[in-house]
Design a protein. Structure first.
Length: 209
């Protein structure tokens, strides 16, 4: 039995007190992985951005808004976990300045200067020591090459490659890639079905018994 950390859902980057940038991640894959991990007898800690789905009640959930908050919470929780599954879709950019008051229309174009946010999986991957890290990559071209490049860059032990159809949908079709570049498995089905199979592979290859 392991204690597993999951990052899940999107993040929000505020522009002013009422407007933000985000993406279409639903948190459904994270929820399915949490259910599969619990069913396999593991303890589950989730750091999640805002989602409307309900995570299993046996999981401990830490709610965050921004990518920086997700990194801070995940870093703290990772200390007490054996591995991380990074299924969240954190915003890669944030406005350089968050305005204190609601932006009023001026009749002129509004230019937003965006700067990069930290990468949660890459940061925890670099700090993982004897823990394991599973990343997700959503790619539209040169899929396998790009996913394997991310696997290496983010110090992952496995990378789950999926396509844009995974966003906000019921089903998923993924390839599980290993550090040596091999395709460990090709999985297709509903998100709960794919999650169970991913957890079986994680259990066999990464979790120490
Ligand atoms: O966005 P990208 O395709 O690089 O995401 C690949 C992996 O990196 C995913 O596991 C995702 O959760 C993670 N990621 C992250 N922090 C970011 C961007 C991505 O943890 N700011």
């Amino acid at each position: 039995m392991a204690r597993i950390l999951l990052t899940s859902g999107p993040t929000r980057q505020y522009i002013d007190p009422v407007r933000y940038l985000t993406n279409a991640s639903s948190g459904r894959m994270g929820c399915s992985l949490a259910e599969a991990a619990l069913a396999a007898g593991h303890e589950v800690v989730i750091v999640s951005g805002p989602v409307s789905i309900t995570y299993p009640s046996q999981a401990t959930v830490h709610w965050v808004d921004t990518t920086d908050e997700m990194l801070a919470a995940a870093r703290e929780q990772f200390e007490h976990c054996e591995g991380l599954i990074g299924v969240a879709a954190p915003c890669d950019y944030r406005p350089e300045f968050v305005l204190g008051q609601k932006i009023a229309k001026t009749g002129q174009p509004l230019v937003l200067q965006l700067i990069e946010t930290p990468d949660v999986v890459a940061t925890l991957g670099a700090e993982k020591k004897d823990r394991w890290v599973v990343g997700f990559a959503l790619e539209t071209e040169d899929r396998r090459f790009r996913a394997l490049t991310k696997l290496e860059k983010k110090s992952c032990d496995l990378m789950i490659l999926n396509g844009p159809e995974a966003m906000n949908s019921e089903g998923n079709h993924v390839e599980v890639l290993a550090k040596d570049g091999s395709v460990v498995a090709t999985l297709k089905g509903s998100k709960p079905e794919v999650a169970v199979q991913i957890m079986q592979i994680v259990g066999q290859r990464l979790i120490q018994t």
